[in-house]
Design a protein around this ligand. Structure first.
Ligand code: GLP
Length: 251
């Protein structure tokens, strides 16, 4: 596992944007796994800027979103489909038919999850999976306790995740309690994984994921099971990791 620590969020985002850009240059018809949340916004802004400057061509690439809320349509401003359209897809040249996001309004969530897995497999799997990290170390919406061999499925969100994400919902609107997420097993099958975590509120999730035991209680710890993972952090997110590694070096 490669760990890169940069001084600022901007510098960390630039590294991840560069990795994504290199992936589409090396394999124009690659399959990218993409996350939502506040963390990837700086990366997506850079990809858009690069694209406007003539760098990056996505018209043969496929995008597979990591997760989607259940019970809201893709037109809802809080949906991940809306987020992806607004923050990335409508600014660059992805083909609509190559954009894959679980359908949050599907009547049968289990059938939708199975369909999504089949779509990923039909593309030959994911070449590069870009991930954020939840404050409780979740990846996608795989909450603590998720076994590391899980597949795409319907999941219940924890109270802490709902609280962390409440800011994305208009006051008075109903916040979904469930989602469809790629499973940890699905994620680990990606050829390469790049994780971006920034900010002091991620420091303990980063330390538990990277310096603790591999356990279902810490979804991020599953990343150690993967042969080609790059973790990109800013100084704040690396704060507790630095302390733990320093203790290990002193010992
Ligand atoms: C959500 C998403 C995750 C994301 C996490 C962190 O719960 N399902 O994929 O990594 O939030 O979000 P943020 O980047 O806003 O901290």
């Amino acid at each position: 596992m490669e760990i890169i620590v940069k001084d600022t969020v901007d510098e960390a985002s630039a590294i991840v944007a560069e990795i994504l850009l290199r992936q589409v240059e090396e394999k124009p018809d690659c399959a990218l796994g993409l996350p939502t949340g506040a963390t990837p916004l700086g990366v997506y802004a850079r990809l858009i800027e690069d694209f406007r400057n003539g760098c990056g061509c996505y018209n043969r690439a496929h995008a597979f979103n990591l997760d989607e809320y259940l019970g809201i349509p893709g037109t809802d401003t809080a949906s991940y489909a809306f987020y992806m359209r607004e923050n990335l897809f409508r600014h660059i040249d992805f083909m609509q038919r190559n954009i894959h996001i679980p359908d949050g309004s599907a009547a049968d969530a289990s059938a939708e999850a199975t369909r999504y897995e089949t779509q990923i497999a039909a593309r030959g799997g994911i070449d590069l999976m870009f991930l954020g990290l939840g404050r409780n170390a979740h990846i996608g919406f795989n909450e603590p306790g998720s076994p590391h061999d899980t597949r795409t499925r319907r999941v219940a969100l924890t109270a802490s995740t709902m609280e962390a994400n409440a800011r994305y919902f208009a006051p008075g609107s109903r916040q979904p309690t469930h989602a469809i997420t790629m499973g940890i097993g699905t994620i680990l099958e990606s050829r390469r994984i790049v994780v971006l975590a920034t900010g002091i509120e991620k420091a303990s999730a980063v330390a538990a994921s990277l310096a603790g035991p591999i356990t279902d209680a810490v979804p991020g710890s599953a990343l150690a099971r993967h042969a080609h993972t790059t973790i990109v952090l800013d100084r704040d997110a690396a704060h507790e990791l630095d302390r733990i590694l320093a203790l290990e070096i002193d010992a």
